[in-house]
Write a protein that binds this ligand. Structure first.
Ligand code: FPP
Length: 228
């Protein structure tokens, strides 16, 4: 099976799944967090090198305060529950996005996970938190400006300054819950990614469904603008 190096996922549908079960939205986020573990373990098992998950967008602050607070507690929930297993599987945790405006307790727990897993080599699990794709490009351009050189910039300048500079571009982007949007996720890095949309809500997008998506990736013909 052809395995993409870098998979990115928009984990959508926690709320709708909870509603379907007659439960509050937080119930969906809770099981969505468990599913982060399931998909990370499966992606690592298949040989994916980088898995980037959209955990909180720069637009998610618009949600009711109570939901924002709950979403901010998820990194701690995840790390308390699964850090040991991620260590055993040699998975490294990293983040992209602006952590400076997150609650201190959220940043602290993320930092702990980043520090403890920093030497792990099998797969990098990147949480995009308070992340926006346009903001990412703006930050990259600002870094070039701050370097003090006055000149026209090139794609390479963005490539080396974008948040994911040390990783390969995204090969495969999955979005659950059947909205056909990018929602400001990794705009630069998705340029040549294969896109996959499924009607399945994130909490029920299990390892088997992930495998089916990866099989579909293997059937795609990537031409990068060239000919076959
Ligand atoms: C979108 O579903 C999902 C989110 C905004 C949150 C995603 C976060 C997780 C799955 C867990 C993150 C885990 C860690 C460890 C940071 P929605 O609520 O927009 O669903 P809806 O569109 O059905 O309302």
């Amino acid at each position: 099976m052809l395995i993409p190096n870098h998979v990115a996922i928009i984990m959508d549908g926690n709320g709708r799944w909870a509603q379907k079960m007659g439960k509050p939205r937080s119930y969906g986020h809770y099981f969505g967090t468990d599913n982060v573990r399931n998909i990370a373990i499966e992606a690592n098992r298949l040989g994916v090198k980088v898995l980037t998950l959209y955990a909180f967008s720069t637009e998610n602050w618009k949600r009711p305060q109570e939901e924002v607070n709950y979403l901010m507690s998820l990194p701690a929930l995840f790390i308390d529950k699964f850090l040991k297993e991620l260590m055993e599987k040699d998975i490294r945790i990293s983040t992209i996005g602006d952590l400076s405006t997150l609650p201190a307790s959220t940043v602290k727990v993320l930092q702990k996970a980043i520090d403890e897993t920093k030497d792990n080599k099998s797969m990098t699990l990147i949480f995009a938190i308070n992340y926006g794709g346009r903001d990412d490009i703006v930050q990259a351009v600002n870094k070039v400006i701050k370097s003090g050189e006055v000149r026209e910039i090139s794609e390479k300048d963005i490539n080396v300054n974008i948040s994911t500079a040390q990783y390969p571009d995204v090969d495969f982007m999955i979005r659950t819950s059947l909205d056909y949007r990018l929602s400001n996720f990794l705009l630069w890095q998705l340029s040549y990614a294969e896109l996959y949309f499924t009607d399945c809500y994130w909490p029920e997008f299990d390892a088997e469904r992930f495998d089916l998506a990866i099989e579909e990736y293997g059937r795609r013909q990537r031409r990068f603008g060239g000919l076959k």
